[in-house]
Write a protein that binds this ligand. Structure first.
Ligand code: ADP
Ligand code: MG
Length: 169
C-alpha cells in the first residue's frame, strides 16, 4: 500500500538533493530500505551520497551499476547500495535481491531503480524516493512516499524534517 507522498518538492542543485537525504538520515533505523527511482542522471546516486555522508561514512559513494551492490561501513549504520537496473526487464517472479540477508542488525539498504522491487518488501515496506528532471538543467522534482507499514509511526516526523529542509532549498 502506498500513501500520498510525504514530500513533493523541487531541488535546484545537487547540494539540495544531498540535504534532503541528510534530513532523512536521523530517522533511519536498521532494517530500513530506501527505493530510489528516476531516469539516468536524475539524482539517485547523489541522494545516496548525501545519506552516506550524514551517516558518517567517509568513503566516496559511486554508482553501483557495474558492481550491483556496494557495502559502506564506518557510519552510524552500514549502508548497502544496490542497483536494480539490470532487473528492470525481468519478470517479477525471478527478482530476488536477498534484501533480508543484507539488512542484518545494523544496516540500511538503498536500491537505485528500486521501484522494480517494491513487491519484494512485503507488508513491512520502505521508502520510495522518486526523481524527475525539471525544466531547468539542475532542477529535480523529488517525491518521498511511504510504502507499507514500516514507516507509519515515523511518517509525521519524517514529513516535518523533509519539509523544513525543502523550504530552505
Ligand atoms: P542517477 O543516480 O539518478 O543516475 P546521479 O546522482 O548519478 O543520477 O547524477 C545526477 C547528476 O545531475 C549529477 O551529475 C548531479 O551533479 C546533477 N544534478 C544537477 N542538479 C541536481 C539536483 N538538483 N539534484 C541531484 N543531482 C543534480
Ligand atoms: Mg546512479
Amino acid at each position: 500500500m502506498t500513501g500520498g507522498p510525504l514530500l513533493s518538492a523541487q531541488t535546484h542543485e545537487p547540494a539540495h538533493t544531498r540535504a534532503l537525504a541528510a534530513a532523512l538520515e536521523p530517522l533511519l533505523v536498521a532494517g530500513d530500505v530506501v527505493l530510489l527511482s528516476g531516469e539516468l542522471g536524475a539524482g539517485k546516486t547523489t541522494f545516496v551520497q548525501g545519506l552516506a555522508a550524514a551517516l558518517g561514512i567517509v568513503e566516496p559513494v559511486t554508482s553501483p551499476t557495474f558492481t550491483l551492490a556496494t557495502q559502506y561501513s564506518g557510519g552510524r549504520l552500514t549502508l548497502h547500495h544496490l542497483d536494480a537496473y539490470r532487473l528492470l526487464d525481468e519478470p517479477a517472479e525471478v527478482i530476488d535481491l536477498d534484501i533480508d540477508e543484507l539488512i542484518g542488525d545494523d544496516a540500511v539498504v538503498c536500491i537505485e531503480w528500486g521501484e522494480v522491487v517494491t513487491s519484494e518488501l512485503g507488508s513491512d515496506g520502505g521508502l520510495l524516493v522518486s526523481f524527475v528532471h525539471g525544466e531547468a538543467p539542475d532542477t529535480r522534482h523529488v517525491t518521498v512516499s511511504v510504502v507499507g507499514e514500516r514507516w507509519r509511526s515515523r511518517a509525521d516526523e519524517l514529513e516535518a524534517a523533509l519539509r523544513t529542509c525543502a523550504n530552505r532549498c
